[in-house]
Design a binder for this molecule. Structure first.
Ligand code: GMT
Length: 375
């Protein structure tokens, strides 16, 4: 049975927007009709699909309102699209505001509209900043017809911190294998002036404090004092200036390339020897999957969902948060042993294929949709 699915996410930033968009594309390729109900066109959409529709949520800044009512505009757009297009399901990425808006839309559109909510960790992070939202997040989860979390760690955190009672299905993230694979990008290495003997270490993030970019730079400082190496820093965000300053203080400017936001990261991964993700909070770590799919071994912290993505000692290493010496040691043990690096690289690609393949993950979501519709 072909389904009509509305998808709501934050379309332009972060892993959740990427996963929601890729899921929509792959569901459309399987014949389902997809309606993105979002504030902007999903940035990874790429080409035109006959069965993907985009409904923009517009918020009018009426002067009587102190704050533009985005959540109400979204709920109203969800209800309008659900009624007109006869949607079977709204798939909300995040409990707040999206699942709560979907619940409101369901009240307007009718009980036949089902809500599937995927938790990406952001709701739990928000809770850390504003505990007063706890009951609202819980409400969004409890009013959903099915709830998924992107890792077991996030599922357990959600039970522990929110005390919700409904079943949470762990469904891992995935990458589009047609985009993420090892490619020949040696021209880039040359273009960046990276010498053949230099090892390339890569970090990609939105430079939020939780990503611990200074730890990446400190670990790299230790690495580059042992072997010739370059650090590629991709992305932008609140800690960018802090990162630039630290690079200057450590006197490693000539070894660090700040590349800002980049689109075709598979090419950048393809010239990299190691990926570092040293976050203090990470429900999954989609970039780890992207790196591994391109054959890059990874070193990450023992936090959240990261140990569910990295196979310690096989596709990379898991280190303790902030243990700069341990991180540098683990990194050097890969970078200075070509046969280990090759083995980890191969095992990384195999691990992604075996456990995070898009066809399996998309099927898991499809099965969940069908079971929700069956009641
Ligand atoms: O924290 C971010 O960088 C953005 C955030 C988001 O909402 O996109 O990422 C969350 O969702 C991603 C996709 O499921 C996960 O890979 C990230 O681990 C998760 N971030 C956190 O848990 C901090």
């Amino acid at each position: 049975m072909k389904l009509k699915i509305g998808i709501t996410c934050y379309p332009t930033v972060g892993g959740s927007g990427v996963v929601a968009t890729e899921l929509g594309k792959l569901l459309a390729e399987k014949g389902h009709e997809i309606h993105f109900i979002t504030s902007a066109l999903p940035f990874r959409l790429g080409k035109v699909y006959a069965n993907i529709f985009y409904h923009e949520v517009e918020v009018n800044n009426y002067s009587v309102f102190k704050y533009p009512p985005y959540d109400l505009a979204l709920a109203s757009k969800m209800a309008e699209v659900a009624k007109r297009e006869k949607l079977d399901i709204i798939h909300a990425h995040y409990a707040i505001p999206h699942a709560v808006c979907a619940f409101l839309a369901k009240q307007m559109a009718g009980e036949q509209l089902k809500i599937v909510t995927t938790l990406h960790g952001t709701d739990i992070t928000v809770l850390g900043y504003d505990p007063s939202l706890k009951e609202m997040i819980k409400f969004g989860i409890e009013k959903s017809d099915a709830v998924t979390a992107v890792s077991n760690s996030l599922k357990n955190d959600t039970y522990r911190l929110l005390g919700v009672e409904n079943k949470i299905y762990p469904i891992y993230n995935f990458v589009d294998e047609r985009e993420y694979f090892k490619q020949d990008a040696s021209h880039l290495k040359k273009g960046y002036g990276i010498k053949p003997e230099e090892k390339v270490i890569i970090h990609i993030s939105n430079f939020r404090t939780v990503k611990r970019v200074p730890d990446v730079i400190k670990a790299f400082h230790k690495i580059v004092s042992e072997i010739p190496a370059k650090l590629l820093l991709i992305g932008n965000g609140p800690e960018f200036t802090v990162a630039c300053k630290l690079v200057q203080e450590l006197n490693i400017e000539e070894h660090v390339l700040f590349l800002g936001k980049q689109e075709n990261v598979a090419e950048l991964f393809s010239i990299s020897d190691l990926k570092l993700l040293l976050s203090e909070k990470e429900s999954f770590g989609l970039v780890l999957l992207e790196a591994m799919a391109c054959g890059v071994p990874v070193v990450g912290t023992n936090i959240g969902g990261i140990p569910e993505v990295i196979l310690d000692g096989e596709t990379g290493y898991i280190c303790e948060l902030g243990d700069i010496d341990g991180i540098a040691r683990a990194s050097l043990s890969i970078l200075t042993d070509e046969s280990k690096k090759q083995r980890f690289s191969y095992q990384a690609m195999q691990h992604v294929r075996d456990h995070f393949h898009s066809s399996k993950i998309v099927e898991d979501y499809e099965q969940l949709y069908y079971s929700v519709l069956k009641g």
